[in-house]
Design a protein around this ligand. Sequence first.
Ligand SMILES: [Zn+2]
Length: 149
Amino acid sequence: MSDHCPECGAAWADGRTCADDFHQLLFWENERPELGEVHHLMVLCYHLQHPSLYSAEGLAHARRLLADFVAGGLSPAEVRQRQRAAVDSGQRGWSITGRPGNHGAYERPPLWTMRAQDVVAVGIERYSDSVRRWAADVYDALEMGSQNG
Ligand SMILES: [Zn+2]
């Protein structure tokens, strides 16, 4: 049995879904704590490729976060510090996650070149490198989409 992910377009072989791949990646990070160094990128990439998991505001926020990490070169600690400042000043009165009536979506679906299943296929030995490549790919695809739109 094979099907396609309605969100990222990945081909699901033998009933294996993107959520299964996401859990595999989380499992690897749990097995090898040093892989947690790219956890923030992995979670962002997965969710950006499945935008309905976000609210509309959450999706916009996540895109800015990815830009901060990939283009801005910020560390998770630096981003957390900035977010704390934003929360303290009451700027975040919205929810990150999708809920009925408010799901993130792209006007034009970006052309993804790499997905969770590709990171799984590369394997645990090169996990950190592939997640960094995944983040760069997702960032490029999103940039390309916003230039065309
Ligand atoms: Zn998917």
